[in-house]
Design a binder for this molecule. Structure first.
Ligand code: G6Q
Length: 547
């Protein structure tokens, strides 16, 4: 990238932010709000169906201006353009990064290697719609002529977390006459538990794997295949009616016994953790129906367009990304708690863990140098209000700074009595309590005895952001996921890392391949690991033996 410096710490904006941090670090949110009554309304931004309130972050106008300068000096503008243009910005894998093409409207154009990829995206979508309609109507039948009632997605990582999260998030819109299962773990328990009680003649497996070589997925797929064939007295022809594939690898799909006519394609410019809106979302489309799925894509696209075209000071993903950098790199926050106040989003934290941590958990810059600043924080969380009765204690009164993202919806999909107002009151109150706390004087004024008062003091000044939408619809889910995708991108650009590779997952995989035969060998293997690894392998071998 043009004009790039060696380290972001050499950028003028970074240096100015350091100086500014020293000035602002002692500032209290209480004072920022007291001095500026308009703050709560002004420090907000809106895009598509989402409303972001970032006023409870420890920032003032100068901070925001410096952060925006940091974005400019980091070349964010040109990197956004490069991504949308299809440049090979995933440099370590020499690939374009075009999840935005997955939701580009029919008729638009994104050129990769001289070819417009959008028609291909829509061709696959059309194929998915056709298949899903046949499946949901009962026209597609299992091998014995029965209608398919159970769908199991077999995949892992990016080929699992998106489908599970989206199924849970959009369950309200799902086809309730069907069941949906997700098998990812190589632990046989995952498959066994997912298949218990299912009638194989009514079950469809979607083998979702970009490469179609992933150990966990292929092992689970083979187990599912045997389970099915056994139910059909060894008749392998059943496979074609009960297995479909989502992959980029037609050769492997076909050698598994899946008719490539029933393979749904995607492309190497779609990263696993950015693929829930590609054919990897086939189970989502089966569950919520094509119309809702297209709405989901439209929601993604709305946020893409906002990200691509909106000035940074009103750009939600940019603002979120920059605030994250401010909290991590200057305030030293090591984690972010994602706290969705919606039961349907119970898998969102797990999904975001992969999106954020696999993307930005890196200590090497795009130039191969070691960073001299912090990169991706740890993401974690649980749906509210459950977390309030467990780990929120540490967020309120612990010794660590935990910035929070609160996610809430004004309307419930399941209005029951006063539940929803109670839910909303809780999340709004948490953000208020974290920001403003309760002083010793206030505690004492409640009549609390002196010895107990320090325990009841809340320091406050804990930063949080609130993401508010009207209701959790497919389009809003698309808005929300694209918001996080682009905020991760923003941060990756500023940290100067490749957010789209994942070399850090390779070593463990390779070592496991070496250990598998050592565990399975009928003879005592000659072990050449360190003494702990050798000992653990020996112990496992010993414990495996029947008593
Ligand atoms: C995601 C990663 C990773 C990947 C899985 C599954 O960005 O690349 O989580 O999705 O390893 O890979 P396959 O789809 O190839 O089985």
């Amino acid at each position: 990238m043009k004009g790039r410096v060696k380290s972001i710490t050499e950028l003028n904006a970074w240096k100015d932010l350091k100086v500014h941090y020293e000035k602002i670090r002692g500032t209290r949110l209480r004072d920022l709000f007291a001095d500026d009554p308009g703050r709560g309304k002004r420090m907000t931004a809106e895009a598509a169906g989402l409303y972001l309130d970032y006023s409870k972050n420890i920032v003032n106008q100068d901070t925001l201006e410096l952060l925006l300068r940091l974005a400019e000096e980091s070349g964010l503008r040109s990197m956004i353009d490069a991504m949308f243009r299809g440049d090979r910005i995933n440099i370590t894998e020499n690939r374009s990064v075009l999840h935005v093409a997955l939701r580009a409207p029919r008729g638009s154009s994104i050129i990769v290697d001289g070819e417009n990829v959008v028609p291909g995206v829509h061709a696959v979508l059309d194929k998915m719609v056709n298949f899903v309609n046949r499946l949901r109507s009962g026209e597609w039948k299992g091998y014995s002529g029965k209608r398919i009632r159970n769908v199991i997605n077999i995949g892992i990582g990016g080929s699992d977390l998106g489908p599970v999260m989206a199924y849970e998030a959009l369950k309200y819109f799902s086809e309730r006459s069907m069941t949906f299962g997700f098998v990812s773990n190589i632990d046989g328990t995952d498959f066994i538990e997912a298949s218990i009680g299912l009638d194989p003649s009514e079950t469809l497996f979607i083998v979702s794997s970009k490469t179609f070589t992933t150990l966990e997925t292929m092992t689970n797929a083979q187990t599912a295949r045997s389970w099915l064939i056994q139910a059909f007295d060894g008749d392998e022809r059943a496979v074609a009616r009960h297995f479909v594939a989502v992959s980029t690898n037609a050769k492997e799909v076909s050698s598994f016994g899946i008719d490539t006519a029933n393979m749904f394609e995607f492309w190497d410019w779609v990263g696993g953790r950015y693929s829930m809106d590609s054919a990897i979302g086939l189970s989502t489309m089966i569950s919520i129906g094509p119309e809702n799925f297209l709405e989901l894509l439209d929601g993604f696209n709305q946020m893409d367009e906002h990200f691509r075209t909106t000035p940074f000071e009103r750009n939600l993903p940019v603002l979120m990304g920059l605030l994250g950098i401010w909290r991590s790199n200057f305030f030293g926050a090591e984690t972010v708690a994602v706290l969705p106040y919606d039961q349907y989003l119970n898998r969102l934290p797990a999904y975001l863990q992969q999106l954020t941590m696999e993307s930005n958990g890196k200590y090497v810059t795009v130039d191969g140098a070691r960073v001299d600043y912090q990169t991706g924080p740890i993401y974690w969380g649980e749906p509210g209000t459950n977390g309030q009765h467990s780990f929120y204690q540490l967020i309120h009164q612990g010794t660590k700074l935990i910035p929070c993202d609160f996610i809430l919806f004004a309307q419930s999909l399941n209005p029951v009595g006063r539940h929803h107002d109670m839910l909303l009151a809780n999340v709004i109150a948490q953000a208020e309590a974290l920001a403003f706390g309760k002083t010793l004087e206030e505690v004492k004024a409640d009549g609390v005895p002196d010895w107990l008062a320090p325990h009841k003091v809340f320091d406050g000044n804990r930063p949080s952001s609130v993401i508010l939408a009207k209701q959790l619809t497919p389009a809003i889910l698309g808005n929300l996921i694209a918001l996080y995708e682009h905020s991760v991108f923003t941060q990756g650009v500023i940290w100067r890392i490749d957010s789209f590779d994942q070399w850090g997952v390779e070593l463990g995989k390779a070592l496991a391949q070496r250990i598998i035969p050592e565990l399975e060998s009928d003879f005592e293997p000659d072990l050449h690991h360190d003494s702990s690894t050798n000992n653990l392998i020996e112990r496992c071998r010993k414990f495996k033996r029947p008593a």
